[in-house]
Design a protein around this ligand. Structure first.
Ligand code: UDP
Ligand code: MG
Length: 316
């Protein structure tokens, strides 16, 4: 049981969402009526009038504040910036396009307030309005991640409530390339779930192309497991065994004067080994570039402006 006056900060990462900011804000206030709640927008380098809208809203309402990135740093950085600057006893991170229903956010808050969980995960039960390719891609990606790292993220989303304790732990994770939806699970803190259906976007268009999603998939797999690199070694061992057998066969042929021919085998082996070597180097390359980016230890984002009372100008 938490105190009835517990404050909740709702973090909304936004990129070019001028068409829906007002609608989302008023829906949130309507649903959270009578609850000590405030909204923190994180403008992830929008090129439209998103920031202007946030400033106007914030001037009219003390419960609304905003952080503005100097450029687009990505949704991951935006969510973490929100969590780092939220002042509430709990933080709800959700998409600004109403695909994460405010009613489900309220349910999260109530479960958190009446129980003793640190984290309430939003679990998506159906994907409407998503292209077949994206749906297939998401399924395949989660399967690969499950096999490689044992983390089951199918239907997991960035929609979640985390309390102060969980937020502090997440903020203390030093990695620069983050995967927000898996970080809360990693903490192992007591977790509850809220199921929600994602309606179609309230307006505007999606900010994630299939290409961007594929990049994200590679990033999150490499952030969570080094198994692909170990697979390289395993493949190498497999090929070595194959090579030993082939060597015996070749020697046998040679000794009994049956050599010659076998040109096809040589070509196929060359091509196969060549491509496996390249892929392996590529996998190692991805990890090296990740390490390179991590050791640079640059800030996750740069703020250019803030508005409202909420921003604690915390660092993430
Ligand atoms: N978003 C962001 N930075 C980005 C891409 C997206 O802050 O680089 C925000 C976006 O404004 C929205 C949320 O992340 O509030 C989810 O994005 P979107 O709805 O486009 O993703 P989808 O629902 O299509 O997966
Ligand atoms: Mg969306």
């Amino acid at each position: 049981m938490r105190s009835d006056s517990s404050r909740c900060t709702i973090v909304l990462p936004v990129l070019n969402e001028e068409s829906i900011i007002e609608k989302t804000t008023s829906e949130l206030f309507a649903v959270f009526l009578g609850i000590n709640m405030d909204i923190l927008f994180v403008d992830d380098g929008s090129a439209d009038s998103t920031w202007l809208k946030i400033t106007e809203l914030s001037r009219r309402n003390l419960q609304i504040s905003g952080l503005r990135f100097s450029r687009n740093f990505g949704k991951e950085s935006a969510m973490l910036a929100g969590v780092a600057n939220a002042r509430g006893d709990c933080v709800i991170v959700m998409d600004a396009d109403l695909q994460h229903p405010p009613a489900a956010a309220l349910e999260m808050f109530n479960i958190w307030k009446d129980g003793d969980s640190s984290i309430i995960e939003g679990v998506k039960i159906r994907r409407q309005d998503e292209g077949a390719l994206k749906k297939f891609g998401a399924k395949a990606f989660y399967k690969i991640l499950l096999v490689l790292s044992g983390i089951d993220l199918d239907n997991a989303s960035d929609f979640k409530l985390i309390d102060r304790n969980a937020a502090d732990i997440i903020m203390s994770m030093p990695e620069r390339q983050t995967f927000f939806r898996a970080m809360s699970g990693w903490t192992g803190l007591k977790t509850d779930k809220v199921y929600f259906e994602a309606p179609s976007r309230a307006g505007g268009v999606t900010k994630f192309s299939v290409l961007k999603l594929a990049g994200m998939a590679v990033n999150s797999i490499t952030a969570y497991t080094s198994l692909p690199m170990q697979l390289v070694t395993v493949t190498g061992l497999g090929f070595f065994m194959f090579a030993v057998i082939m060597s015996f066969q070749t020697l046998y042929m040679k000794l009994y004067g049956k050599a010659a021919g076998g040109f096809t085998t040589v070509i196929i082996l060359l091509l196969l080994i060549g491509s496996i070597l390249m892929i392996s180097l590529g996998i190692i390359g991805i990890y090296i570039s990740k390490i390179y980016n991590e050791v640079k230890f640059r800030p996750r984002y740069v703020l250019s402006e803030t508005i409202g009372e909420n921003p604690g100008m915390g660092k993430a």
